[in-house]
Design a protein around this ligand. Structure first.
Ligand code: NAD
Length: 487
């Protein structure tokens, strides 16, 4: 049976003004899973009006401890329904239930983190001239358009929603068209947690219409988008007209450097996870693996042997390590790049084909070896389970190759020598560098990119910066006031 969901605007469930809807397909089965409204310009107008009324009305007077309490209640409500949300995440995204459950626990923790942050994000007193009180206030940036991708639908939405609400902003969430279900479901919990009408709104609809209208709308103060670099470029250009504040979390082509002194078993196990987890549909997937010459053959042999053992298929089967590619458009993009890699002369060492005969969108763990960093498969984001493995000779060559990319989201370094690890952390231009570990993201530490991977940071207390304006207040405590020397 198809799940029917409506949007959430001004505290009410509503269809789109046009009455149009669109289907959400389960990529593991090919079946229609849900039907949601196709929100457009008029729907965004209504949501922005509601968000602005709330911002300038009741919500403005809700104190930080009360916002914290609401976010805490939201965390508990989501926690009590984790299984239902994880099942929905799997059904529209195709990720395994294990991964969806992991994401939902992270989402609960994100709401908890920002419930705490609401009362701990401080202004400062400034040691200025005598007889002056100078201090700063952190004020909500205003109405925020939160534009979300399909690879971690609710988790990434929460990275934006939680700090925005903690800071006292109001929000309009625009989920990706492939995966709008969990954001729409969240509205019930937000309401139950006690947020006033208009503070939280969700408009489902195409990025080029609903998303674009959020970006051009003069009633929206801030856009935070996670998506492709080209989407970020378009949004940055469009947002200039209204001088919106923007946070851009964009694409990546992250390097993974394996030095010859590394524990090769650990490096292989970690590297497999870093490219194949979530079927490689991860912005900071370590898709460019560079192995130092002396370890190259051993690493490649073991990597390929282990990659072939990865189970791909039905995401509800706990034996599978990753599930479906989220859309047929994305699967075709992966196939396109695998063809290009072969034409460019890289060696297809494993994978390179769909898995199964059915309608499910499954793709085998794929590895190219002998990859030169100038190849398109090493320069452009594929966003699938495709590892590109090449070589480096010495430290400088490794760092040069790691940095020779338009992107700068993340990097990993495997080495027994921590001096090498820390040097590389200094020398690699990326928002995050991880040493001898496959990556976990923590709500407590900032995440974001350099270069074409965008700017601004999410998570941690830095995540609050994106949703506040810094105001300076100066008060005379009897200080002489500068004036014109008039008679
Ligand atoms: P996408 O760029 O196609 O879409 C992202 C969102 O933007 C969707 O909600 C979409 O509807 C909307 N959108 C598209 N065009 C728009 C426009 N002109 N105006 C306003 N909104 C618009 O990205 P995707 O395919 O959903 O996600 C995959 C991409 O996201 C990859 O490039 C990946 O690297 C990136 N990503 C980055 C991070 C990060 O933190 N840096 C995290 C996850 C994903």
């Amino acid at each position: 049976m198809t799940l029917m969901l409506d949007m959430y605007i001004d505290g009410t469930r509503v269809p789109s003004r046009s009455g149009e809807r669109f289907d959400v397909v389960n990529p593991a089965t090919g079946q229609v899973y849900a039907s949601v409204p196709k929100g457009g310009v008029e729907d965004v107008d209504l949501a922005v009006a509601a968000a602005r009324r709330a911002l300038e009305g009741e919500w403005r007077r809700v104190a930080a401890p009360d916002r914290a309490a609401m976010l805490g209640r939201l965390a508990r409500l989501l926690e009590s329904r984790i299984d239902e949300f994880a099942a929905a995440e799997t059904a529209h995204n195709g990720k395994t239930l294990f991964d969806a459950d992991f994401d939902m626990h992270g989402t609960v923790a994100c709401f908890d983190y920002y419930a705490g942050a609401a009362t701990k994000y401080l202004g400062s007193t400034i040691p200025g001239p005598a007889d002056y009180l100078l201090y700063t206030r952190r004020e909500p940036v205003g109405v925020c358009g939160l534009i979300v991708p399909w690879n971690f639908p609710l988790a990434i939405a929460a990275w934006k929603i939680a700090p925005a609400l903690a800071a006292g902003c109001t929000v309009i969430v625009k989920p990706a068209s492939e995966t709008p279900v969990t954001a729409l479901m969240l509205a019930d919990l937000v309401e139950e947690a006690g947020f006033p009408a208009g503070v939280f709104n969700v408009v489902s609809g195409p990025g080029s219409v609903a998303g674009n209208h959020l970006v051009v709308h003069p009633g929206v103060d801030k856009i935070s988008v996670t998506g492709e670099t080209t989407t970020g470029q378009t949004i940055m250009r469009t947002a200039a007209d209204t001088l919106k504040r923007i946070t851009l979390e964009l694409g990546g082509k992250s390097p993974n450097l394996v030095f010859a002194d590394a524990d090769i078993t650990q490096a292989v196990d970690g590297s497999l996870f870093l490219i194949y987890a979530n079927s490689g549909q991860v912005c900071d997937a370590r898709s460019r693996i560079f192995v130092q010459d002396a370890a190259y053959d051993e690493f490649v042999a073991r990597f390929v042997e282990q990659a072939k053992k990865i189970h791909v298929g039905d995401p509800t089967d706990p034996d599978n390590h990753y599930g479906a590619i989220t859309s047929s458009r994305q699967l075709e993009k992966i196939e396109y790049y695998v063809e290009i890699g072969q034409k460019e002369g890289a060696t297809l060492a494993c994978g390179g084909a769909r898995v199964g005969e059915g309608p499910g969108l499954f793709y085998a763990p794929t590895a190219f070896t002998g990859v030169d960093n100038s190849m398109r498969i090493a320069r452009e984001e594929i966003f699938g389970p495709v590892a590109c493995i090449g070589r480096f000779s010495d430290y400088d060559d490794g760092i040069t190759k790691a940095n020779d990319t338009p992107f700068g989201l993340a990097a990993t370094v495997w080495t027994a020598d921590l001096t090498t690890g820390h040097r590389a952390a200094h020398d690699i231009r990326a928002g995050g560098v991880w040493i001898n570990t496959s990556e976990f993201l923590f709500n407590e530490s900032p995440f974001g990119g350099m270069k074409a991977s965008g700017f601004g940071r999410e998570l941690s207390m830095h995540g609050m910066d994106a949703y506040t304006e810094l105001k300076t207040v100066g008060v005379s405590l009897g200080a002489h006031m500068p004036t014109f020397p008039l008679d």
